[in-house]
Ligand binder design. Sequence first.
Ligand code: LHQ
Length: 258
Amino acid sequence: MDPILVQRRDGWSLVTLNRPERLNAFNAEMHGALARALDAIEADDGCRAVLLTGAGRGFSAGQDLEAVGRDTKLGDTLELFYNPLIRRIRALRKPVVCAVNGVAAGAGANIALSCDIVLAARSAKFIQAFAKIALVPDSGGTYFLPRLVGEARARALALTGEAVTAEQAADWGMIWKMVEDEALRPEAEQLVLHLATQPTAALALIKQAIDASATNNLDQQLDLERDLQKQAGAMPDFREGVQAFLEKRPARFTGRGA
Ligand code: LHQ
């Protein structure tokens, strides 16, 4: 069975984690397939948004614990697989929507949180499971969590490994939205289809600006906004956006940067 399924849709790609019998836990083969899928998506100009989800009843249970021996060098696993994956998702020059269809545990939770917009089914849960097996949150968990939910909640979640329901995650601002289970897929597809019609190159600059805000001070961020706005203003989609507004019609964006 292919551990990653990629389906090219109308202007966007659906990427499904596909080891449902292991709750889509990651092994090396799955990492390799996901990396190749994201590289192909990055190179595909006609694909302007991505939807990431899981097959079966879970989103992902993180690292496949059967695939890590006790003497495995965990740092190498992060260096080789998880860190490049998180960097790939954040740097992808198109929006990545995550539809968390069920439990997201360990690295699975943090991979979800690394996506640009996260929707979760009511029955989904987020679990920083690491402390339960004497590990440290990885895949960006110690970076994303304090920024998303504040330090008090981040510390307690990481130290206890307590599950957070989708509803709580939405109330805390950890994710964009909780939706009823049966509405998750249609709502996520509608969102990604909308994003695929938007000014993709400008959206990539927005991702860049928001990422930089985590470490920039206000002066640096104002300078960055100036520089990125200069780039955005030189793009054809800006002219189209303004023209469409003045003509009171929907914009027809190409998504291209030049
Ligand atoms: C699994 C797993 C799993 C294998 C469920 N592996 N089989 C990075 C770098 C290097 C190394 C270390 O780690 C990392 C990052 C990490 O992600 S560390 C954290 C790894 N993940 C976890 O610790 C979570 C482990 N799983 C669970 O706690 C539970 O399975 C959750 C809470 C996710 C779901 O619970 P249930 O809904 O009760 O399902 P289940 O436990 O019955 O799981 C269903 C099957 O999936 C079961 O197999 P079986 O043959 O009995 O049906 C599990 O063994 C298997 N499975 N997670 N990570």
